[in-house]
Design a protein around this ligand. Sequence first.
Ligand code: CUA
Length: 322
Amino acid sequence: MINLLQPGAILIGADVVRALNPQSPQTRAIADLAAVVGIVMALIFAVVVGLVAYALLFFPRWREGEPDPGQGCGNKTIEIVWTAVPLGIVTALFILAARTMGISDPPPPPRPDIVVIGHQWWWEARYDSGAIVANEIHIPVGKPLALKLDSADVLHEFWVPELARKITTVPGHPNHIWIQADKPGTYLGFCSEFCGTQHAWMHFLVVAEPQEEFEQWERAQAAAALPPVAETAKKGLALFEQMSCVNCHAIKGTTASATVGPDLTHVASRKQLGAGIASNTPENLRRWLRDPQKMKVGAKMPDFKLTDEQVTQLAAYLETLK
Ligand code: CUA
């Protein structure tokens, strides 16, 4: 599918926002509360509109010679009823809201399972095992994971509508949420607070998979990158280490260890490039290397004016980083 916002960029299947499709106990609690509040509000609306319509129809002041209706001052019963009923409704909604907050946002544990950091314009996730990934967070299905959220620069907002409430990432002031998925699948998340030029392309994927697959994935992500075998890929690694790539990126197992940009240790295993701007295919990777600014205007990675040969070598190396 062609993406009209960024000519030439490609959307993948998961790029569909489903805000009303709760897939975890946390989001179900929020959706249920929204439904109850919606019904109560609709009933109140119907009662108010009904009373106004009744008054207009049966006590029309415009009719010639019609006297004012009785004003009924100081009716204790009515006053008690119209105080008690709204108080009851508000109290019930307060209790339901407090209960929902307890289910959707329980207190954080002493140690988070994943640390998530918002950057302009991508997401970093750090696991206890040492795995550091970008824009693709894997979780085991059916298990609540505690996330600690921070920001490297400005305010961002972490939101996976199907799995958890949204939460702002504030530089130097960590926040916490729980994330969980009932079913295996790929869930789209994104930044929902304006954070600069490429705020709209700060997508990420949450991949929920069976425990065993998740552990396999985590082990693979925590491992160092294997040295390249093919000649072109070897040249790519040498180029990577000589050039300014190492000023921003890390690849475990090489000399690159900077943390400004996404960790690339297993970049080839990811589904997307540029925080969702394109699917991670060899062609798109080449396009990205040739000129990141053309694919994602304003991205922090400059156009290094690489030659075709350099692009080929770098792409060949990065493609080995499964
Ligand atoms: Cu990050 Cu909007």
